[in-house]
Ligand binder design. Structure first.
Ligand SMILES: [Zn+2]
Length: 407
């Protein structure tokens, strides 16, 4: 794989060319098969940065091209030996040329999506600036996702009162299948990486919570994942970001989506929380994500489920079938707490799971090892917040995390 960046004012253009052994089909770090649509994309920065360390440009490119690289990646500027080693150890890929000294930075920014998890992370870090990724159309790829209102989210992010850096990019359109999206989950950080010298970033906080970090959430199911390749500090991506001097920080990595929802709804940013990108004036209320988040919100607010979605709708079909479910811990939590769940689309799931308030109480507290893996400069801030607002799991509760998926 050969990667080059060119600049046009504050716009950075990325072009990548496959070597003979590379392929337009590959896999993301979570195992999802991916097919490439095109070999170029751009990142529009809010202003021309003073400098971009070659490791930052290389890592930003790597978040896009990693799935399709088989043997070697050649960047257009020499990178540090540290980053080359991290890519070699993490992926078995030769990376070069080597010849830069490593970089470091001091500040922590929040990779801000506007969803409840990232608002909760922001609530823990009241002084952290936001970097927000906004999807824009690609000149060579038709946009069949025009209902996805990235512009609304960017406007909301700018109104939060935090120092906002909005980065616009079409990099999601490098992906043909399964649909436009980040080739690697970390591509959401491409703009933050390119701005990291300008913002003096030493860390980037993501809203990945307990399910995504430790329970095999997202596209995994029901599996305790201490060595999660995407989010563990000692995983391939954790080491690559650290080598580029931008540590991955997961302030809400030890708490469930029930806790992040509670934090988001009680945050000054509450009015800007938006997890569904289909509606213009608020969540659409009809998609699968809206249904899932409504389950969590209703459980947190201890009220009946408010939804017009019936059991025959495609987005409700999986809840009519037996587990396992993605995000199953939150389905258990919701089914155990929502009054009248037996009269909703989750009735069958609730009967299958048989969860109770006491069997799901561990999801109201923080898994302590998640605090230990936060880099030292920011650990105390997060630990103090959790101690004051949430509390920690005891040994029995922590064991629920560590035996998740073993029956
Ligand atoms: Zn929706």
């Amino acid at each position: 794989m050969r990667v080059s960046w060119t600049s046009d004012g504050a716009v950075r253009h990325l072009t990548f060319r496959l070597d003979p052994e590379d392929d337009i089909t590959g896999h993301c770090a979570d195992g999802q098969p991916l097919k490439m649509a095109t070999n170029s994309c751009r990142v529009e920065l809010p202003r021309e940065p003073r400098e971009i360390h070659p490791d930052l440009a290389a890592l930003a490119a790597w978040t896009v091209v990693a799935p399709w690289t088989r043997r070697a990646v050649t960047f257009d500027r020499p990178i540090s030996a540290e980053l080359a080693e991290a890519i070699h150890d993490g992926w078995g890929i030769e990376a070069g040329p080597v010849g830069a000294s490593p970089r470091s930075g001091r500040r922590l920014a929040v990779s801000y999506s506007g969803g409840a998890d990232s608002v909760a992370a922001a609530a823990m870090l009241p002084d952290a600036p936001f970097v927000h990724f906004q999807r824009v159309s690609h000149p060579r790829v038709p946009n069949r996702w025009t209902h996805y209102r990235a512009d609304v989210l960017a406007k909301l992010a700018a109104r939060t009162g935090r120092e906002p850096t909005v980065v616009r990019s079409d990099l999601e359109f490098t992906l043909a299948e399964p649909r436009p999206g980040y080739p690697e989950h970390h591509a959401v950080a491409a703009g933050a990486l390119l701005m990291a010298d300008e913002l003096d970033l030493g860390g980037l906080a993501f809203g990945y919570e307990l399910g995504s970090r430790w329970l095999g959430g997202d596209r995994y199911l029901l599996r305790y994942t201490p060595d999660n390749p995407m989010w563990a500090p000692h995983g391939a991506w954790g080491r690559a970001f650290a080598a580029a001097g931008v540590h991955i920080v997961l302030p809400v990595g030890g708490v469930s989506e029930a806790v992040t929802m509670r934090l988001a709804l009680s945050s000054p940013l509450r009015e800007y929380v938006r997890w569904c990108l289909r509606g213009e004036d608020g969540p659409c209320g009809t998609c699968g994500k809206c249904l899932y988040k409504e389950l969590i919100q209703a459980a947190v607010e201890r009220r009946p489920l408010r939804t017009a979605i019936g059991p025959d709708r495609p987005v409700a079909r999986k809840w009519q079938e037996p587990p396992p479910y993605g995000g199953q811990e939150m389905i258990e939590y919701g089914c155990a707490r929502i009054p009248g769940i037996e009269d909703t689309v989750f009735a069958k799931a609730a009967a299958f799971l048989g969860a109770t308030e006491s069997s799901t109480a561990w999801l109201d507290r923080c898994y302590p090892p998640a605090i230990e893996e936060i880099p030292e400069p920011w650990r105390a801030t997060v630990r103090d917040f959790i101690a004051a607002e949430i509390g920690f799991m005891n040994d029995d509760e922590a064991r629920r995390v560590e035996t998740w998926g073993l029956s």
